[in-house]
Design a binder for this molecule. Sequence first.
Ligand code: NAD
Length: 491
Amino acid sequence: MGHQSMEQTQARLFINGKWAEPAAGGSSFPSLDPATGALVGTFAEAGPADVDAAVDAARCALADPAWVGITAAERARLLWRVADLIEAHAGELAELETRDQGQPLGVARDVSVAGAAEHFRYYAGWCTKIEGAVAPVSFPNTLHYTRREPVGVCALITPWNFPLMIATWKIAPALACGNTVIVKPAEQTPATTVRLVELIERAGIPAGVVNLLTGGPDVGRALVEHPGVDKVSFTGSTAVGKEIVRGSAANLKRVTLELGGKAPSIIAADADIDAAVAGNLQGGLLNSGQVCAAYTRFYVDRRRVDEFTEKLANAASGLRLGNGLDPETQLGPLVTAEHLAKVDGCVRRAVEEGAELVTGGTRADGDGSLARGNFFRPTVLAGVRDEMSIARDEVFGPVLPVLAYDDPEELAARANDTEYGLAAAVWTKDLATAHRLAADIRAGAVFVNMLPIPDSGAPWGGFGASGWGREMGKYALDVFTEVKGVWMHLG
Ligand code: NAD
């Protein structure tokens, strides 16, 4: 087993159904608790030989009767069993996610772990419903039908913001479609993915079908360039997404990319301001703003902008920062000290460019109690203009920039003046305003009077530099299968 105790994980690689040290001889890396700096665990660093071994194992499993020979109903039962095991270990997984990633325990339990179990259940249901179709070809005496076949060996590369949940967004549909996978979690937060793979092993998924390689960007790169990998499903930054497109070109891998975002949130003059403040506070600050779909630029009708800003700043400055394991905590730390420095730099630059700092803008040490963690005060910036970097670049932190608008006609163009297009929000009581903006904003999801939440049943993904393809719903079946047409002459 890779996992030894809740206190400190000592994890190995999982290749072809066995937990193993890296072939090159036991190189490892630590993962730290972002709230305290304490060691969460030590994880094996995979090398090139391990990447080859994992790809070989996944290729062999594609031809293994223990996987390809089972019925769709049996595959469904395996996935359902994984969901049951996630639920049976919910408390332990949530605590581990909080220690490794920093998110408040309630978020780890109700979003990350609950979402992970739900995703396996949802795709368990799809296993028996992946259908082909009969195409009405115009050749005489000819039957044409389609088969949806697995793409093959899939490299699943995940980020550090919701490590457990995002791993399941990829593993569950990949397995439902009959693929085999190699999972590569982010080096900052590998702990819950290791635990998930242990549960997958216990559920009885055959050896070689799910392999785990922990390590840094080099492991991801080696998978992306490997000729034995058929598909890469990646969630992470737009810069790395572009590298993946280049790196995967040699054998024209199938590539799905869920990348960065800069979601606009529009607060119309007729909006319920208190509801908008509460919703945008959560929509902007969930997981300390380390959410790809987080609301990150607020366009408020100029007649309401002062009221909105004041209420938002009051609410933000009243949030309780702390260790996510403390049940009173509303806002946890940022994932690493390096990321904290990046967020701090973004806020400084905004102020240099002329934004007004209304609240926050500094590191928080809680009179010393938080000094060893990566805590940043929730920050509200007023007087932000479209050309400022804070209104254009992804910050991925607890930073809420407020902009004003005068004419609703300008809104869609301003919201769309970005390379990204993942999510957007509209706060209004007017149906025409809501539907018009929902149609005109270029984003993969538009939320009206609500938080930017994903659901297994609805498509998730972005326009433009926010990525390629869609996860979730029946859309994930398209990206994890190849369509084959079978032609039969009936003469
Ligand atoms: P990142 O791109 O730095 O790293 C993501 C993963 O890619 C890690 O596992 C990393 O080791 C690996 N990696 C790094 N360089 C690589 C390379 N050259 N080739 C292959 N793999 C490589 O992202 P991050 O900082 O961990 O995560 C934050 C980013 O993820 C943000 O931009 C955020 O918007 C995005 N994100 C998007 C979604 C979405 O659904 N669209 C969800 C969550 C996070």
